[in-house]
Design a protein around this ligand. Structure first.
Ligand SMILES: Cc1cc2nc3c(=O)[nH]c(=O)nc-3n(C[C@H](O)[C@H](O)[C@H](O)COP(=O)(O)OP(=O)(O)OC[C@H]3O[C@@H](n4cnc5c(N)ncnc54)[C@H](O)[C@@H]3O)c2cc1C
Length: 509
């Protein structure tokens, strides 16, 4: 296996908003940027519709944004981290505009602000109507390609982190030139979320938590893994990933109805704009009772196609005209609040390993993410990671590691998906989670394409089993109440494996 001396460079795995922001903010420090797919493809960032939350309206403040974030986080946000990240949101939006992102503006040139669920103010900055992510990725990808300090390797996949004594020494990767080892002691994981571990998801299929597997196998601590947000209104159509009918459609007045025409959110506080977990559970219960659910946006007929051109387009391609017809929707795995445990600067528990974006868990989101706080986190924390690394000595001297010949194979999340989806969905219980842990353990322990996705699924299941309460996006039907004091959860891979072994060894009841 070829060994590449990248000791003066920082290696970034992931070319979404978090990875690109880190790469640009590190310039002129040399960066090797690996993206599994061509830049912009297979990144959740490119799919984002709603926009970025930032307290920039005249009636808004960081304090109000923080209060809404803490409310959605259901007692589990790290308030200090949340305050610091939200305070940097307005400047992150300015940075993006400076980097060429064209946000939608009013006649006076001020950003137009949208409203989303559980936000007390209009504070969602958007671009291209409902194509915010595409617009952001267009501008940043263009800049990355023009930045001489960034070596961009598209179609290159980080497969394993080489670490010893809790220090990063390099990364095994598959590139268009075959498998190589990048020798570096500075690695940033920005590989996105875990929706690809579920059968119904809005995430790109490649988003199955590969960065979590890489970090956990190297010994890194994970946080809040049990908290997965299910978006209540994915288009219940034929495409994979499922297309998202953004919250902003409900923000503009669309309502949820079942197949009898009954508005099932009418009596729930916040109605259609209640926090996502509440809407998702209400929708899930309707479906469990045999109903289909729909979004009724017909009252927006006059402006729907103009305000939501992308949604109108994919509805049309499924034969639905939102101006005249109901849009069939269902809950789908959408966002992971948990991830690699990091501090505000993105530092993980391993020296030389940083993480940012959806792969990281900073404590901003707590038990549930406030809509549009994730692009914001990716943009702010990509920059904070770069600040942290820029504060270090210019080079990362390490002894050269001998190349090890090791054949690493591509992963297949399908076997883990079948086990995780029914067990760790919108509603969970101990029996289902234990059965899933027992089924995942052999997959997670044997060499093969299923192993790494099974490892991530197993850690999620172990974290969900440990949390014997219902809070935010984690709902246990056997523990439906919230515990008196909520605490963030932390987990190492070894602990998840030990818990699963215990389950398999326990005598049957
Ligand atoms: C449909 C949809 C709509 C959304 N809408 C919004 C919204 O309006 N507002 C908001 O705030 N959030 C939204 N989100 C969430 C938000 O888009 C994501 O949380 C955010 O974009 C994550 O950015 P990221 O850079 O961490 O990951 P991503 O953008 O997912 O990028 C991850 C990158 O890592 C690469 N990668 C993965 N594994 C490897 C590997 N092993 N080696 C190399 N590269 C790898 C992938 O190819 C990809 O380039 C939405 C999400 C979805 C799915």
């Amino acid at each position: 296996m070829e060994s590449i001396d990248a000791r003066g460079s920082c290696l970034i795995a992931g070319g979404g908003l978090a990875g690109l922001t880190a790469a640009l903010s590190l310039a002129p420090r040399p960066v090797v940027l690996l993206t599994k797919a061509p830049l912009g493809a297979e990144a959740a960032s490119a799919l984002a519709q709603g926009g970025i939350a930032a307290a920039i309206g005249a009636d808004d403040s960081i304090g109000l944004h923080l209060a809404d974030t803490l409310g959605a986080g259901d007692g589990l946000c790290d308030e200090k981290a949340a305050r610091a990240i939200l305070a940097l949101a307005p400047s992150a939006v300015e940075d993006l505009a400076r980097r060429g992102v064209a946000f939608d503006c009013d006649a006076q040139g001020r950003p137009m602000l949208g409203l989303e669920a559980a936000h007390s103010r209009r504070r969602i900055v958007h671009g291209g109507g409902d194509s915010t992510g595409r617009e952001i990725m267009r501008a940043l990808a263009c800049l990355v390609r023009q930045t001489p300090s960034i070596t961009l390797l598209e179609g290159a996949e980080a497969l394993q982190i080489l670490a010893e004594n809790n220090r990063v020494l390099g990364v095994y990767a598959r590139t268009s030139h075959g498998q190589v080892i990048f020798e570096t002691s500075c690695v940033i994981i920005a590989t996105g979320g875990i929706g690809g571990l579920f059968q119904h998801s809005t995430n790109p299929p490649g988003s199955w938590g590969q960065g979590l597997a890489l970090a956990a196998k190297a010994g890194a601590k994970m946080a809040d893994l049990e908290f997965i947000q299910f978006h209540p209104t994915a288009l219940d159509g034929a495409s994979f990933p499922l297309k998202l009918v953004s919250e902003t459609v409900r923000g503009e007045g669309a309502i949820l109805v079942d197949d009898t025409g009954s508005r099932f959110m009418a009596d729930i506080p916040g109605a259609e704009l209640a926090p996502r977990d509440i809407v998702a559970r209400a929708a899930w219960r309707q479906m469990a009772a045999g109903r289909r659910i729909y979004l009724d946006a017909r009252r927006l007929a006059g402006k729907f196609a103009r305000r939501f051109p992308a949604i109108a387009g994919f509805c049309r391609s499924e034969g639905i005209d939102p101006a005249k017809q109901l849009i069939p929707v269902r809950p789908a795995a959408h966002y992971h609040m948990g991830g690699i445990a990091v501090d505000l600067w993105g530092r993980s528990s391993i020296e030389g390993l940083w993480a940012c974006g959806e792969a990281a868990s900073t404590g901003l989101h707590g038990a549930n993410r406030l809509a549009s706080n994730s692009l914001l986190e990716a943009a702010v924390c990509g920059r904070l990671v770069a600040d942290s690394i820029n504060g270090l000595a210019q080079n990362f001297p390490r002894k050269r590691q001998p190349a090890r010949d090791q054949v690493l194979i591509a992963s297949d999340p399908a076997p883990a998906q079948k086990i995780l989806s029914p067990a760790a969905g919108v509603l969970r219980d101990g029996d289902g989670l234990e059965a899933a842990a027992a089924e995942l353990l052999p997959l997670a322990q044997q060499e093969g394409r299923a192993r790494d996705p099974a490892l991530v699924a197993l850690m999620i299941v172990a974290a969900a089993l440990r949390r014997q309460e219902s809070r935010g996006a984690h709902f246990r039907t056997d523990f439906p109440q919230a515990a008196e004091h909520g605490r963030r959860s932390y987990l190492y891979l070894e602990e998840a494996i030990a818990a699963a072994r215990e389950i398999t060894l326990a005598p049957a009841a």
